[in-house]
Design a protein around this ligand. Structure first.
Ligand code: SF4
Length: 429
């Protein structure tokens, strides 16, 4: 059986043109998907052999798992809900409600990737566009601190560089592609111009370009400190000011290096300054398939995109205080609910160790380092393979996921709904 126009929900590109072949209950092909997408589809193709719930490693029924997990959460004083970037918006919405009922913290993978972009967005405003506009209009495409050839393999071919667009009929030939990074990555092969700046000098480089866009002059020594020549900086600023439609894609090379939200604020301010000369937009290169979705869900329900605390009964936002690494490594969280994420394998040691000390509950389709230390582990259906749902692409366009395989497991949304109902009973809400 073949399913066309299936969405790959592995990375923030959320490509929706995948043709999936299912034979004997397994996915055997995922045409159009890149190597990462193919691996994602095929890795979910084999039937999982995990029990639907495990309590301290022992097989349990779904009802027993819900009861145990609800009691751990209801008894905790400062629970943390984390992950959520690889599940559906419907499950994310339930998680926000659960965090509010519990009076705990809710955070998502944004806080360890594009949190600084969210902070710059709230501080400066976001001059952005859709990937459709990029495809149809962009004649100058700049990747800064991002390596799409390896992280988002179809970004260049499907959206930003090679496709022919309404106002870019020549496709690749009609666009100039610039890569700015501290090292030469495989993406440099596609770029017309590669600018290698010195590590930790992103803020200075962006500020210098903003100065040029504002009509200031720079000296050679300042440019040299950034790692570029004055000619290179002037040339890039000139291209930015004289393009028809420019777009700046920013990656974690900007958000997770020295300067963090100062870097992203400088990028947003640069784009604001450029809009006095040309049409220009900025877009964060979001990593996980629905990390943009969880920012949207949190923002529309609480006003804040990540790191939200409900312990006062209303939402509060303070990155560095209510974000996952801080809440765990300071030993504040006394229970954790992890949805579709593996923080035990990815967070700094102190934060990861805290997860093993407290009752941790997981919802995941696969066994992971976090499910291994969980007090209660639920095996769930994967959104986009075994369950429908909504995701947001990196340009904040909502896309509906399709179900291509049957599953005996409940979806994240179903488990969270049961958990929420039982926690409400226990807390007599
Ligand atoms: S680019 Fe991303 S969304 Fe598209 S097929 Fe590859 S992994 Fe999937």
């Amino acid at each position: 059986m073949q399913f066309d126009n299936v969405v790959c929900a592995f990375c923030g590109c959320d490509c929706d043109d995948i043709s999936v072949t299912v034979e004997n209950g397994r996915i055997t092909q995922a045409r159009n998907a890149c190597v990462l997408g193919k691996t994602w589809f095929l890795s979910h193709s084999a039937p999982a052999h995990l029990p639907v719930a495990r309590i301290e490693g022992k097989t349990a029924s779904l009802e027993q798992g819900i009861e145990a997990a609800a009691r751990y959460l209801a008894q905790s004083r400062y629970p943390l809900i984390y992950g959520l970037s690889s599940t559906s918006c419907e499950a994310q919405r339930k998680s926000v409600e659960l965090a509010e009922v519990l009076g705990g913290c809710i955070d998502c993978c944004t806080s360890v990737c594009h949190g600084p972009s969210g902070m710059a967005l709230q501080g400066v405003g976001e001059p952005t566009c859709t990937l459709g506009e990029v495809k149809n209009r962009a004649d100058l495409v700049i990747y800064w601190g991002s390596n799409p050839a390896e992280s988002h393999p179809r970004h260049m071919t499907r959206y930003a560089v090679t496709p022919k667009g309404m106002f870019v009929p020549e496709g690749r030939k009609g666009r100039t592609v610039v890569l700015v990074d501290v090292r030469r990555t495989p993406s440099a092969r596609t770029a017309d111009i590669f600018l290698q700046i010195r590590p930790g000098k992103d803020f200075e480089a962006l500020w210098a370009l903003q100065a040029l866009a504002n009509g200031r002059e720079l000296d050679k020594a300042g440019a040299a400190e950034i790692g570029l020549t004055l000619e290179q900086l002037n040339d890039l600023a000139d291209r930015m000011m004289h393009c028809k439609f420019g777009v700046l894609f920013v990656g974690q090379g900007l958000t997770q290096t020295r300067g963090k939200h100062f870097n992203t604020s400088a990028a947003f301010l640069l784009v604001r300054a450029l809009n006095r000369h040309a049409k220009f937009a900025l877009m964060p290169m979001r990593g996980h398939g629905n990390v943009a979705g969880v920012d949207n869900v949190l923002a529309w329900q609480t006003g804040y995109p990540f790191g939200v605390n409900f312990s006062m009964g209303y939402p509060r936002f303070n990155p560095g205080e209510y974000t996952v690494v801080d809440v765990l490594s300071r030993g504040e969280a006394d229970a954790a609910l992890i949805v579709a994420s593996d923080p035990a394998a990815s967070l700094p040691g102190k934060a990861a160790r805290r997860l093993a000390e407290i009752p941790t509950i997981t919802l995941d389709a696969h066994e992971s380092e976090t499910t291994k230390i969980a007090k209660v582990a639920f095996a769930t259906a994967t959104a986009g393979i075994h369950a429908e749902g909504t995701v947001y692409r990196m340009d904040n366009i909502p896309i509906r996921l399709r179900k291509v395989l049957p599953s005996n497991y409940p979806s994240d949304e179903e488990v969270l709904s049961l958990l929420l109902a039982r926690v409400k009973e226990l807390k007599a809400c």
